[in-house]
Design a binder for this molecule. Structure first.
Ligand SMILES: Nc1ncnc2c1ncn2[C@@H]1O[C@H](COP(=O)(O)OP(=O)(O)OP(=O)(O)O)[C@@H](O)[C@H]1O
Ligand SMILES: [Mg+2]
Length: 385
């Protein structure tokens, strides 16, 4: 079949042809945004999930929904290098410019611009789009205070414009504890004033703990949404509907095979779907096509997706991963892994936490450890044991 018609989109943040199984979440996000637009209270959202489950795709979709509802949005991704002021300033600037389009410049919008200039100057943000001259608004240089002032002024500007501001942050686990804490405090201030600004963030599961550590009231300010694998029914839709749109069917057994192989993991559904399309000569896609697609998918993951993850590990971290892969039933207990490595649990703990930071393993429950991605253990066994 023609590769140019292939509807699947394996990749990072690439919107899937069928965003399966996320309707409830999207409707909760939409309700929260509409509530703050009406001056009512709504908790912010933290979308938590492992790599490749579709967090970025969801965040982009929510951004789109917010814009369709007439909100002004600021969307950015934390990277572990840039500071929060560096990331936030250009986005807030853009947001305010869009808010400012109408003819009569509101006092509140001008005030928000002034706050932003002061904020950027206080945190030495290099930003070409405006002159960081002397600002009439003085910032203290204390991020917690200044960020609250800035976001309150943005929210007040949104309020006079009868709109709402939506701040979306991807990979938020990369923000420092201080940055996250300042954000949480700012959102607390906004909530108390019932201002129309909401924070929607996405990140790895350990984030829930980080936010809680940052401020204990974080739990009451945000709803934590677990983003995970798709159910078999939704996986089927994710796989079958895009092909149907193109007039192409799957044999039932081909679908069953792909669902077994991908375990409802969104990224893999796109990879398998894409190869199945490319290897099939015609509709329907047969079980033989699905088998061929499996081989190709695994070969491509081995040389790309899996490999980059193990390439980033040190020798010691690799040993940890190899030990985990050799456990018969996953998730393993941390003790089991330490025993295989012939070291004490306390010596294994720091290695474990660095492997968690690199996103290769995670802790699904206290004292338990597992790979973040299906088929990772098989990859290790094939290539490293
Ligand atoms: N609901 C869904 N149904 C089908 N495919 C999906 C769904 N959500 C995401 N995908 C696909 O999964 C892949 C990964 O999506 P995305 O990059 O948003 O994940 P992520 O959670 O942000 O991953 P990472 O943590 O690595 O950034 C993409 O190819 C996307 O098209
Ligand atoms: Mg992402």
């Amino acid at each position: 079949m023609r590769p140019t018609d292939n509807p699947y989109s394996p990749g990072a943040g690439s919107p899937p042809p069928e965003l399966a199984g996320r309707d409830d979440l999207l409707s909760r996000a939409s309700i929260a945004i509409r509530r703050i637009q009406r001056g009512r209270h709504a908790q912010g959202l933290f979308l938590l999930g492992l790599r490749g489950v579709g967090k970025t795709v969801l965040l982009n979709r929510i951004n789109q929904i917010a814009e369709e509802l007439g909100c002004h949005t600021a969307l950015f991704e934390a990277d572990g290098q840039s500071s929060l002021p560096d990331l936030l300033t250009p986005q807030i600037h853009r947001l305010l410019l869009r808010m400012d389009r109408r003819e009569r410049v509101a006092h509140e919008v001008r005030n928000a611009f002034a706050q932003l200039r002061g904020f950027a100057a206080a945190f030495s943000v290099k930003f070409a789009d405006f002159e960081i001259g002397l600002s009439e608004q003085s910032s203290s240089g204390d991020l917690t205070l200044d960020l609250s002032d800035l976001l309150i002024s943005v929210a007040e500007a949104a309020k006079v414009r009868q709109t709402a501001a939506v701040i979306l942050i991807d990979e938020v686990q990369f923000t420092t504890k201080e940055d996250l804490s300042a954000l949480v405090v700012a959102m607390h201030q906004i909530a108390q004033r019932q201002l129309p600004l909401i924070l929607i963030a996405a990140g790895l599961p350990q984030l829930a703990g980080l936010a809680g550590e940052a401020k204990s009231y974080a739990e009451r300010l945000f709803t934590y949404e677990q983003i995970g694998k798709l159910t078999p029914e939704k996986s089927r839709e994710a796989l079958v509907l895009p092909a149907e749109e193109e007039g192409v069917r799957f044999e039932t057994e081909a679908v069953d095979l792909i669902l077994r192989e991908t375990e409802g993991y969104p990224f893999f559904l796109q990879v398998w779907g894409s190869y199945a399309w490319d290897v099939a000569r015609q509709s329907p896609i047969t079980v033989a096509d699905a088998r061929r697609a499996s081989e190709k998918s695994i070969a491509s993951l081995d040389s790309g997706f899996f490999k980059v993850r193990t390439d980033r590990l040190t020798a010691r971290q690799l040993e940890y991963v190899v030990a985990l892969a050799s456990v018969e039933f996953l998730p393993a207990s941390s003790t089991e892994v330490a025993q295989i490595m012939r070291i004490s649990v306390s010596d294994a703990a720091p290695i474990r936490s660095t492997v968690i930071k690199k996103g290769v393993v995670y802790s699904p429950a206290r004292g338990r450890v597992d790979f973040t991605v299906p088929k990772f253990a098989d990859y290790i066994k094939r290539n490293l044991i």
